[in-house]
Structures are given as structure tokens and as C-alpha cells.
Design a protein around this ligand. Sequence first.
Ligand SMILES: [Mn+2]
Length: 288
Amino acid sequence: MRWFAYNGDADGICSMVIRGLVHGIEGERVTGVKRDIELLERVDAKPGDEVIVMDISLARNHDRAKHLADSGASITWFDHHLQGEPIPEITSHIDTSANVCTALLVSRVLGSGEDWAMVALHGDGLGAHSSRDDLAELGELLNYNGYGFSLADLHFHPDELMVACLEAGSPEVFMQSETFFRLRSGFAEDIAHCDSIEIVDGIHMLPDEPWARRVVGVYAHRLNRGGGGPHVIAIDRGETLQISVRGENGIGELCAKFGGGGRETAGGIDTLPKGEIPALMNEISTRR
Ligand SMILES: [Mn+2]
């Protein structure tokens, strides 16, 4: 039996589409909202099963990955997030360079699907490294769909969106679909709210509302495109903040100090107690 565990954002979806166009997507597929990254917990692989993991951090799934590898599953891992301690039994294509995304790694290994990899670079806020500016909107919209506190916030289940992209075959064909137009109009409605976002003590503070939970990632990438980071964007959840951080480098490691994670230019902390805001902002200010 084959299992797939892939991030529900643009990069995870494009990685899966590239794989699917070459070898198909037969198997048990596990995904979720972007922030749901402990996907391996839902992979119930038996000895001899194959597990393909795309765009989720090995550091955040280390114990479960080790357990599955030790119990005889064969695991292949494509990613660009913090790796933590490597696991020798895993076939790993992990590159944390700031100019790659997971879909690009998948496309290089399979020798195919470069167009979808160019979409994914835009989705991950790495559009400067994409050779296809005409795919920027698609990348941003696929990424936008992955953000939300739970699946109920999303326009489409990430797996449904992935299948729609796969069936379209090419980014150009998908951009003519009803699915694409629904994403575009949903996004336009959500991003219009962003004019009202206030900056409180250096933090872009968003309310805990569905539009904010959906648009926060794209809003953060757009801020970062203007330079001047690291930028801190938060959703106010009462006692705690859900934090996104964007910058030029070292962002995942910065977030890991506060129980979060990420990669070179983007990271997050799911639940930061408000008492820890000064410590976080101290770290941020040393990097500005
Ligand atoms: Mn990614």
C-alpha cells in the first residue's frame, strides 16, 4: 500500500500534481489546512508500505517518521523546511535553500512538471525565483486556499483542489476553470478587508474571523515582498496569538525558539501566549 502526506498549501498541492502527472496518485492521501503539519500521525503504514511525504517538516514529524521507518515502511521525503536530526533510513530530498520550494525539488527528481513548480514558488512567496510571472496569481490563490484554522474556513478541501489541478493537467487550463474563478472572487473579498488591519507594537494585528484566517498568509507574503522585515503578523485569539513571520533568512529557526517552525523566509508559531510578545519582538528587533 502507498501513502501520501502532503501540505495543503500551494507548494504541497503542486508537488502532488507533479508526482500525479508522472506516476498517478493512487494510494491513501493525507493532507489538511496548511497549519496542520503533523500529518504523519494520520499515516498508518504497515511494514512494506511506501510513504511519500511532501512539503512538511521532518523536524516536526521526527518521532513518528522514525517509528514508521523502524517498523519497516519505506519513506521518501521531499521538503524545504527545517529538517532537525536526519533519519538515515529515509530517502530524503531535503534542501532548505531560500530559493527552492518542495515542488521544484520534486520536479527536478522526476524531470517533469516545471510549470507547476513555478506556480509553487509564487505560492511560497518565492516569486523572485520563478521564471513564470504569468503564474503568480495562481500560486497566490492556491496558497490562499490552504490557510484557515480548520477545513471549515477553506473554500476547497486541499485534496479536492489538488485533484482539480491534476485533472486540468496544466496551470493554463486550470486558470480557465470554475474552481479557479471561485478562488479569485473569494480572495478579492477577503483581501479588501486588509485595509483595516492595525499595527500594534510592531505587529500587524488581525481579528479572529474567517476572512482573516484565510488571507493572513498571502497578506504576510505581500508585506515581505516590500522588504524591511522581519514582519510579524498575528491573529488575535484572546489569550494567545497565532503568529506568522516573514523575512529574508533564519525565520524558521527564529520561530522554533517559541515552539513554532518553518523555513528560511517564512515561519509561524501556532499558539504564542501574549506574555511572550516582548521576548518575540526582542528577537525580531535584533534582526531588523
Ligand atoms: Mn513549501
